[in-house]
Design a protein around this ligand. Structure first.
Ligand SMILES: Cc1ncc(COP(=O)(O)O)c(C=O)c1O
Length: 407
């Protein structure tokens, strides 16, 4: 029934499977590269949102490097992206820093204390790099501009009592105690799926609180959460904001989006395993909201299903309404024991049958990086539709992947 917009060899896609569409990824990358070229900013791919490294040979043609949340992402970026590696972690352990100094270009600290604790490792590494004529590690501090428009609160790094970023008062104290010698950059991250007007407003707060320190820096990192590749994103305004900032301060600006790289670049395909009735029609799938698309429950949001439409609420009444709008209505749910492992109610023009394929759109960012094997549910495979329209299977998971994660 779901025959539209499939790759040529669609039947060879296993179920379930995350499928990246190379052409769509390249479209995003081209836009991000235009932002780099026209604004002068460097764009780093945030691996926390998108780490499908078999696509890095393509991504590295367009972007300046990666940003990592810690040692594993930094290693992956160093090995597979092979361009700039920036890392920010709320708190580094000594053994992580010992490895990170070997592979990082920027190390960004969340406190003066962490910077002071690891300063000697960095100075020592930089001495060696000087002899080897390699670029030195540059140090940044993450600040908290105490302004963010992000909701819900779980995604807002500027909520009261936030552990992310040094606030103005603590920054002043840190400067008085330790000075800023050895610090090359400031970093703030306050966005999540936002447009460039939010950056314009946020920048004012950053400048108000930390503007006096900008002249001593070489770069300013504007963090991630810029939804640059979304259709309604105002790219021209972003470029204008960065150019204006540069005209005043003459600093290298960095952006580190994750979601904008993987935005609308592919889908998660699953199948109908059973259909049951409990006042409403319920299709049990081999994909799970809890295990394979956790943001559906965490954000929460409801993904689009190809060739369907959905009701606004999860009530029986709404499903009845769906039935009057479409011919058939189903609640789509996963195979775990979690009662709330439900993706939503959707209307279809044709009756669902066991074995039918269901396609959840826009499932490439913050899914593969976050999925889990709750209930021992198998992990979806990962594949790519190449630019020539052919599907290529990149990775399948087995019982061993589940077993050895558990001990
Ligand atoms: C420090 C930092 N940089 C970059 C990002 C990437 O954000 P996004 O994927 O929303 O663009 C995040 C996301 O949480 C972050 O915490």
């Amino acid at each position: 029934m779901l025959s539209k917009n499939y790759p040529k060899n669609y039947q060879s896609i296993p179920s379930p499977c995350y499928v990246l569409e190379e052409e769509k990824l390249e479209k995003n990358l081209k836009l991000l590269q235009r932002v780099e070229k026209e604004s002068g900013a460097k764009v780093l791919l945030a691996l926390k949102g998108y780490a499908l490294w078999r696509s890095f040979p393509l991504a590295r043609e367009y972007l300046s490097g990666i940003t990592a949340s810690g040692i594993y992402e930094a290693k992956l970026g160093y090995e597979e992206f092979q361009k700039e590696v920036s890392v920010f972690s709320p708190a580094y352990k000594k053994e992580e820093i010992i490895e990170l100094v070997k592979i990082s270009n920027h190390i960004i600290f969340n406190s003066f204390l962490q910077w002071q604790t690891y300063k000697d490792y960095i100075l020592e590494e930089n001495k060696q790099r000087e002899v080897q004529k390699r670029a030195k590690i540059e140090i940044g501090l993450r600040v908290n501009p105490q302004y963010s428009e992000v909701t819900p609160a779980i995604y807002n790094p500027c909520i009261e009592g936030s552990r992310l970023g040094i606030n103005k008062e603590e920054f002043q104290k840190g400067v008085e105690k330790y000075g800023l010698e050895g610090i090359s950059g400031l970093h703030f991250h306050t966005h999540c799926e936002q447009n460039s007007d939010a950056l314009k407003r946020t920048l004012k707060h950053f400048v108000k609180h930390f503007g006096e320190f900008i002249p001593q820096m070489q770069w300013i990192n504007f963090g991630g959460g810029h939804h640059i590749t979304r259709e309604d994103y105002d790219v021209e305004l972003l470029i204008k904001i960065i150019k204006k900032f540069n005209k005043t301060y003459h600093k290298q600006v960095y952006l580190e989006p994750g979601e904008a790289i993987g935005w609308q670049t592919g889908f998660l395909i699953g199948s109908v395993v059973d259909i049951v009735k409990n006042g409403i029609d319920i299709a049990l799938l081999d994909v799970s909201a809890a295990a394979h698309m956790p943001d559906c429950l965490e954000m929460p949001y409801r993904p689009m299903v190809r060739n369907s439409f959905f009701a606004k609420a999860q009530t029986k009444h709404k499903q009845l309404q769906l039935k009057s709008e479409a011919k058939y209505a189903y609640r789509l749910g996963g195979p775990t024991c979690l009662a709330g492992d439900v993706i939503g109610d959707y209307g279809f023009e044709e009756e669902l049958k066991i074995g039918d394929r269901i396609i959840f759109e826009d499932m490439i960012h913050y899914t593969i990086v976050k999925n889990n094997t709750f209930n021992g549910v198998p992990l979806p495979s990962i594949g790519i539709i190449r630019k020539n329209g052919e599907f290529e299977l990149l990775k399948s998971f087995s019982y061993e992947d589940y077993k050895y994660r558990n001990s």
